[in-house]
Design a binder for this molecule. Sequence first.
Ligand code: SF4
Length: 432
Amino acid sequence: MTTIRLPTPRCPGSVLGAAPGVTESVEAYRATGGYADTPGPEALLRHLAASGLRGRGGAGFPAAVKLRAVRDRGGAPVVVANGEEGEPGSVKDRWLLRARPHLVLDGLAHAAAVTGAVRGYVYLSDPEAAARVRGALAEREPHLPVDVVETARTYVAGEESAVVRRIDGGPALPTAKPPRPFERGVGGAPTLVSNVETLARIALTAAHPDLRRTIARSTLVTLSGGNADPVLTEVPYGVPLRTLAAAHGTPEAAGALMGGLFGGLIDARALDLPLEPDALAAAGTALGCGAIRFLAADACPVGTAADAVGHLADESARQCGVCVSGTTAIRDTVHALAAGTAGPEAPDRLERWSQGLPGRGACGLLDAAAATAGSLLRTFPELVRSHLRGPCPDCAAGPPGDGRGRRLVVAVPEVADAPASLTRLPVLKGTP
Ligand code: SF4
């Protein structure tokens, strides 16, 4: 069961504001300063630019730059709250839509004010979240017309061009770029597709501009793996990954699968890195959507990589030939490694694919498979070599292809009980 750790004492700049399992009412949201008059679109843009807020969907693009790009296209823009959470190890977006729909809708309204948008959408796949968002829409004052668009949950359904395609009535599949949605999106209009946590942080910045740095430099994280229950929590940037591992209940972690499936594998030494996008990128990994799967001391990274690339191959939308062949080849090779049946050429092949395949699909799924394979080779070369001689005990006990990929999936939290170890995590401090 996934648990959740609420910030104590409560910081007004925190996204984790309501009790899990309970949807925040419009009155409760207003009592936090929500839906209030704001300093105006230009002032909000300046606050967002000064805060350095980055998108929380995975790419980490500066929020102010993205808003300006849509605004500067003119016309009648559209804004989309993207709550489609395809990463199997992430729960933050569905939790946020279930627990704090008004915070997201308020952020969407601010994004509309900044860009000049006349229509908004909430795009998601979680039926529980959809019901709570519809309830929240009925409660609030309808300044901005907002429709809820549901889709089936897949790894690629939340990719921004897939979002546009689905809202326009097509399948939730990525398209070739350009044009990007900010150039030509829903109905041909310039479109902002923004992750729901990003919108929540925009709303918090509008309500508490004095806390803009705290809001921009903290993040929701979903911690899983090891032998502990998954946890959703919110931490300031800079917390060492090792502190998170200990708080999660995996103090002797052998490494982690980072960012969802996008940041690849890191080893135990890299757990000294701070949870901060630039520091992680400089080390060759990524924060992504904040989903971190710690490896237990006795868990095999080759087996974890096999789970990840197996999931990605299953989730390929199979519309780009290079993705179909590339993810299949990577999966088959990593699975053979885990099973101890790979030939001696396997590491060289994986290296070639990890270098040559990124950027060749219409979306990032193929890149994620290549990053996972490349990070396995770079980070655990001796383990890769030893698997050429036969499977390790962990891989032999649960070979890939027996449903192990399901272990990557984390359930949305419903309860507020959290392990005592989590109380040792740093809390957000309301600093400007
Ligand atoms: S890269 Fe793969 S998942 Fe992405 S659009 Fe192409 S086929 Fe689909």
